[in-house]
Design a protein around this ligand. Structure first.
Ligand code: ADP
Length: 438
């Protein structure tokens, strides 16, 4: 007999007792007494069963309470119900844990996720969707999404229901790519991707190509113009031809400078060219930058050099290019007779290179944009002085690679100071040389 069948034994015994209760008194005291005795036994049995049913109904009202002990088949029923209840609790707990984990994972997603019901009421959204769309899961739950996101483009997109193509939406200073995915029973998932940064990079790339093409086109047009003249008129006067050749060489040089600066910038930005630091002898580097500035000035400015800082660890080539650009800008943007001071010092927070000039200065609204590629305050002045418009962008990248930063302090009409601040860790502490006797 299976263990479950055993639970039926007391119940079957009780039924047997009822039969006995009907038969024994019936045998001794007649049929009527037997029937009455059997009726009383049946009533007692029914009352017992009703008692168990009542306990069961009490427990169903409050399933967290304990089911009291029973006997017979009720023991089996109660214990099975109790087991089911415990399993149910366990499943519910697991489901809750899973839901919590799912929500945590969703809240870490960089993309926004909004779940809407069949009539576009908000059911749930994650943290990224709250940020992208200005929603609040707590506050807006149960509200119609079209009342929460009041963009005509978005509403049209929802109404037309052509979801094969994503929607590009400008919302709250962001560029969002919105996808809608219908799922079970006309519910919809709305996914938002923030494309602001990639859009900015794409715009920068487009601007860079447009600017570079424009910058290259101007000297090319000049060179082609002169070449056409030379081709059409073989009998040009020698002086005119010389003048044309001089201008063509100048324009060729300009194109070369531009291409070299563009290649330098590409290298500086590329992960394939990581910085390979080496000890840089600053005295020699500063002397070179100073001599180059003097050569460029050709005696038109009073240029001084202060050298009081340590050697550093960095790339000699890159530092020469960055410091050279800052020094050449000072010469190019300072009228004749002005003063330029180059210095290398050890400040409280680290070594710094500074170039101060008494030049034309820069208005405050331009300062934040000077390190953008091809940004110039005065285009014609930059071109006159053979500027490519990429010098400060190169400086910025070189300094970034050295963990340094550029400070610009300028007063229009009075002059500017460009300071490159290096971290203290880049300074090389001089080790005392051991004296050797020969
Ligand atoms: P450019 O080749 O035009 O000089 P840069 O990137 O070196 O390009 O500089 C960007 C712009 O910053 C310049 O066009 C100029 O307007 C301004 N600038 C840079 N240095 C100075 C300076 N020392 N004094 C005044 N303006 C400056």
């Amino acid at each position: 007999m299976s263990p479950k069948m055993l639970f039926w034994v007391p119940t079957l015994l009780r039924l047997a007792l009822i039969l006995l209760a009907a038969m024994v008194p019936g045998y001794f005291f007649g049929k009527t007494v037997g029937l009455v005795a059997a009726l009383i036994a049946v009533c007692a049995l029914v009352i017992l069963q009703l008692g168990y049913l009542w306990r069961l109904s009490q427990w169903l009202d409050n399933p967290d309470s304990r089911l009291s002990d029973a006997s017979g088949i009720w023991t089996d029923i109660f214990s099975r119900l109790y087991k089911l209840r415990r399993e149910d609790e366990h499943n519910r707990q697991q489901l809750n844990e899973w839901l919590t984990r799912f929500r945590q994972a969703m809240s870490l997603l960089p993309d926004g996720v909004v779940i809407m019901d069949d009539v576009l009421f908000l059911e749930w959204c994650n943290a990224a969707a709250e940020q992208h769309l200005g929603l609040s899961n707590e506050r807006d739950k149960g509200m119609r999404v079209t009342n929460l996101i009041r963009s005509p483009h978005f509403i049209d997109y929802l109404i037309l229901g052509r979801y094969e193509q994503p929607l590009t939406l400008s919302l709250r200073d962001r560029k969002l790519i919105v996808h809608i995915i219908p799922f079970e029973n006309r519910r919809q998932i709305l996914v938002t991707h923030d494309a602001t940064e990639s859009e900015r990079i794409e715009r920068m790339r487009r601007d860079f190509i447009a600017n570079a093409s424009h910058e290259l086109r101007t000297p090319l047009t000049v060179i082609n113009g002169f070449l056409e003249i030379a081709q059409a008129d073989a009998g040009l006067a020698k002086e005119t031809r010389q003048a044309h050749l001089k201008l063509m060489v100048e324009q060729g040089k300009r194109m070369q400078n531009l291409v070299e600066d563009m290649l330098a910038l590409t290298r500086l930005e590329s992960v394939e060219y990581p910085l390979r630091p080496e000890p840089v002898r600053m005295a020699a580097l500063m002397e070179q930058v100073y001599q180059e500035a003097r050569a460029l000035s050709g005696g038109r400015h009073e240029i001084t050099l202060e050298m009081d800082g340590p050697d550093i660890s960095g790339s000699l080539e890159e530092l020469r290019s960055a410091f050279g650009n800052l020094a050449s800008n000072a010469v190019r943007y300072t009228p004749d007779g002005g003063r330029i001071r180059l210095s290398w010092r050890l400040g409280e927070d680290g070594p710094r290179f500074a170039v101060s000039d008494t030049g034309i200065g820069i208005r405050p609204e331009h300062i934040g944009r000077l390190t953008e590629r091809f940004y110039r305050v005065d285009k014609s002045r930059s071109r006159e002085t053979r500027g490519t418009g990429l010098g400060l962008a190169i400086v910025k990248h070189v300094l970034l690679r050295h963990g340094a930063q550029l400070d610009i302090d300028s007063t229009p009409g009075q002059g500017s100071t460009f300071t490159a601040r290096f971290p203290m860790r880049s300074a090389i502490v001089a080790t005392p040389q051991l004296e050797t006797s020969g």
